[in-house]
Design a protein around this ligand. Structure first.
Ligand code: ADP
Length: 251
């Protein structure tokens, strides 16, 4: 039980990486606030955790809005008495297309969910972490923020921002014993995959896979295992890192 007695919030916990993280954290003893903007997935994940004997609560909100993050922190304190770990995982992308064809509304949306939500998380969580004597943030970035492919320029840019926010927050908050790290996953086999690859056919898939030395896409379990370590006391001396969980793609 590597997270025994800890309380975590996982945004976008209703599917994909967030679902994997929420379930894994709960399996290691954490009480989890499972957040998502959509009700179905979040309820299913929180319900599954409780059915398995774990502690979880689904809170539906939009983390691109300040109050959408505020309700999560309030729920964690009210239901579980504290907060130890904030996982900023909720994310969206835009269609794979030339950068001049992405609308201003789409640009604003990807920045609001992928980047501004972390600002809101800082505003709401830092005072609580200070009060409780420490805590940690885990931000889900992407290999796209380090080595961008064409067609997702504004999405790639949000992930670059997430990596810099992680490092900046880490140096500023270290004095308060608040750790801030991010994960850079390579694409997983989720509904977003065709958008990352640009096209969805066998040849494109083969070409994409050829850039991943370990020869497969990422899974929610890969990302959850890395997040678990960062959230645990085993990583108590780790802050400000961008950990690539990418089957060696970055090499
Ligand atoms: P990934 O591959 O990153 O796991 P998914 O699309 O499976 O991609 O998961 C992202 C999750 O984030 C989805 O469940 C989605 O509903 C959620 N999400 C998207 N936007 C928001 C938002 N504004 N607030 C909360 N959750 C969101």
């Amino acid at each position: 039980m590597r997270l025994d007695g800890k309380v975590a919030i996982v945004t976008g916990g209703g599917s994909g990486f967030g679902e994997g993280i929420a379930r894994r954290f709960a399996g290691e003893g954490a009480a989890v606030i499972v957040n998502d903007i959509s009700r179905d997935g979040g309820e299913r994940v929180a319900g599954g955790i409780v059915q398995d004997g774990g502690r979880a609560l689904f809170v539906q909100s939009d983390v691109s809005k300040s109050e959408g993050v505020g309700v999560l922190v309030e729920a964690a304190i009210r239901a579980f008495g504290q907060i130890d770990c904030m996982v900023n995982n909720a994310g969206v992308t835009h269609r794979n297309q030339p950068l001049t064809e992405v609308s201003e509304a789409e640009f604003d949306r990807v920045f609001a969910v992928n980047v501004k939500a972390i600002y809101h998380a800082a505003i709401h969580c830092v005072p609580q972490f200070r009060r409780l004597g420490g805590g940690n943030f885990i931000n889900i970035a992407s290999t796209a923020g380090l080595r961008p492919r064409p067609g997702l320029t504004w999405y790639n840019s949000t992930k670059g921002a997430v990596i810099t926010m992680t490092k900046s927050m880490a140096v500023e908050l270290a004095a308060d014993q608040i750790r801030v790290n991010c994960l850079c996953p390579v694409a997983g086999e989720t509904p977003l995959l065709p958008s990352f690859m640009g096209r969805d056919d066998a040849e494109t898939r083969e070409r994409f896979l050829a850039t991943i030395p370990l020869g497969r896409f990422s899974t929610p379990a890969d990302i959850a295992n890395a997040a678990l370590w960062l959230a645990s006391d085993e990583a108590e001396f780790i802050t400000g890192i961008a950990m690539e969980v990418d089957g060696g793609r970055s090499v």
